[in-house]
Design a protein around this ligand. Sequence first.
Ligand SMILES: [Zn+2]
Length: 873
Amino acid sequence: MKRIFLLAGLCSCLVVVCAAQRLPELAVPDNYKLAFAPDFTKNNFSGEETIQVRVLKPTSEIVLNAAEINFDVATITGGGASQKAKVTLNKEKEMATLTVGNPIQPGAATIQIRYTGILNDQLRGFYLGKDSDGRKYAATQFEATDARRAFPSFDEPAYKATFDVTVTADQGMTVISNTKVVSDAPGPGDGKHTVHFATTPKMSAYLVAMVVGNFEYIEGSADGIPIRVYTTPGKKELGTFALDAADNIMRYYNRYFDIKYPYGKLDLVGLADFSAGAMENTGCITFREILLLLDDKHASIDLKKDVASVIAHEMAHQWFGDLVTMKWWDDIWLNEGFATWMSSKPVEAWKPEWNIDLDDVRETGDAMNADSLVNTHPIHQQAETPQQILELADDITYGKTATVLRMLEAYLGPETFRAGVNAYLKKHAYANATASDFWSAQSQVSKKAVDKIMPTFVEQPGPPLVSVKNQCSGNSTTVSLSQQRYFYDRALFNAGSKEVWQIPACMKSSKDAGAEECELLTKQEQPFNLPGCSPWVLANAGAKGYYRSGYESDAVRSMAKDVETALTPAERIRLLSDIWASVRVSREPIGDYLAVAQGMQTDRTSAVLSEMISQLDYIGEHLVNDSDRESYDLWVRQLLVPAAKDIGWAPKPGESPDQSSLRGRLIHALGYTARDPETEAVARKLTAQGMQDPSSVDRELLFAVLQVSALNGDAALYDAILSHVKSAKTPEEEYLYQRILTLFSDPKPLERTLEYAISPDVRSQDSLQVISQVMRNPAGTKLAWDFARAHWNEIANLGGAFGGGMIVENTRSFCDAGMRDEVKDFFSTHHAPAADRTLKQSLESINYCVDLKAQQGTQLASWLQTHGTSVGE
Ligand SMILES: [Zn+2]
């Protein structure tokens, strides 16, 4: 699954109590025959189910998962006798116990159930959605534990079975499921048709899917496998990019995995109402429309990257997750981390000019930020209840795991790593496996101690910090590497830590010295020797390692002079992020960071400057005092104006996607971060032009120019933007203009946006996003926080299973002790679903920002006084 936003928070739970959430091992399913008949007038469905099971020991009861299901009749047939079963429901555990008078003996048995369920509006289980023209449809979202809302089932990933799905729908409605249609015949009764689908391969219940409604499609094929993109009527042309992407990705994976795509056909279905980002149901992947449908001619490169990466993520799951599935949810990280890691490969091969590898380096930074909190969790985390399982979908499970896999791949070599992946998939196809099965496959193929390295990253929380001391003697450089856990908490960080990781560390020295070497750092402190005399040694050459690096001030200042020539763009991104992390714990003064940023003034790589700009935004929003604002703005302008002059404000024919996207980043940095009057004038002109004809402004620029204009925007601009939201022709346009409504400075338009967020004009899945975006806008932080509290009962459960925790998560953008106390007070009496740990993380983050402001604010002011007008000197 791909989450649309981060949400975390494990509630504490006794293992004994939680373990009771699992089904007793009395029987295992082999096949389900499922017949559904959704009723769009009553918003419910009737279901008929026959499960072929193998009974494991004599028993007079069989326990299934079931939630919000009304049982009409249940029978169990075994040993030639059919018995009516008494059904007892346990609502809390989401289980139904079927009890019969005479014990059923071990061996084959059949469970038959007739029942009804509800087409709910919670975006989970079998749920009701509405397309943009108001037509109803029904769709499923089962991961992790919601198949039980559509059919009584052994709803745990280890119970794999085959499925025969039949759906009776209104005439004219399309029905899509995991496999190809075997037959589609009229009836029963007038105005209905019944669709039978082919038997699926063996798979877990959470991967079953159905979509019923008005849809159209475009079709292609790759390696003989038909691929369709389904959309609601009138949108199919927006699927051409996705179809092209899926075609390329399919061919890539068929070769990489050395197992041909196993599910016969692939459908990609865009849904207007959808709680996650996308879901990897076998052969029938479902998406939010924004992550599937775009206008290939005008869409931004960022959106194209997102769509291609999400398709690649879900398609990677068809092998890693669907074909081979984790035994239990505690290994979900391997599924999700693998799909996240894998998704870059086919996209990079398809569009090398997008520099996807640099986005991966930035993703590592995001994961390390989340992992630097005290309230993080190890990659491998016990999870028993549905809430706990849901809460595991966060930056650690996805981003940290992906980075750790990238590090391992670099250490073993890509071909060896791939051979390990293939051996693992072949051994466990159509079955279940654990993380240790994966490590042992990799250890066997590579003959390296993968099973020693990986547990140090998987079982221990936090990113390691590798501190570098280097000394030149004669014609060699002695390097001492030491490791400790990095925390944003300065007291904990300064206290040091005892954990030891087995770190594949790659070092690189200056161009003159010319050394590059990878070693395994296995002790708390270890010396190494590099040939040549170098004034600095980079500790994460290639930027593949999951660790931060810390340097001495002298080395940083020498490195700052060499960054452009000696380091690759990936290494420069890592370095910016590492020095910034050192500043955050007072390990280095903020001046070191600003000196490195100045050293990259001639850089023209979009991802490098994006990394820098996000840090400059943070400094500008939180650390700069009113009295220093002018000199900071001036310094940022002097730093970035040369890049803006090089790139120019008008797109040039034949320029690279990187240059086009950099242009938008620079408009943001100069117009928003540094309030540069010239850039503001350009933004005003392009805004006026874009309001008349959006297609006349390059999509890479449109968001940035509107953002800058919204800073000083009035009611007239607000009304114009709002009318563009309503008339948007693509999901991209709709979300882009909607986002601008959250970026005004004037409180009046922001108040309108908050009311709009909970109006019927905004889909429930998007309401919290809009409120959160206002909250992240420094001008709207307090307004949105007051609004969220005042409307808590209305908003707490919006957005499906991933619900109101988003507000809790976004309070971490606060940087004020008073507001921190308000957050603490409010959530001590108001419950946010599935957000216990998220709350702790937010309070922690606010504390660090307050602390950083206190300790680095004065240093920043004095640095700006001496350097404010001397960029590039
Ligand atoms: Zn996923």
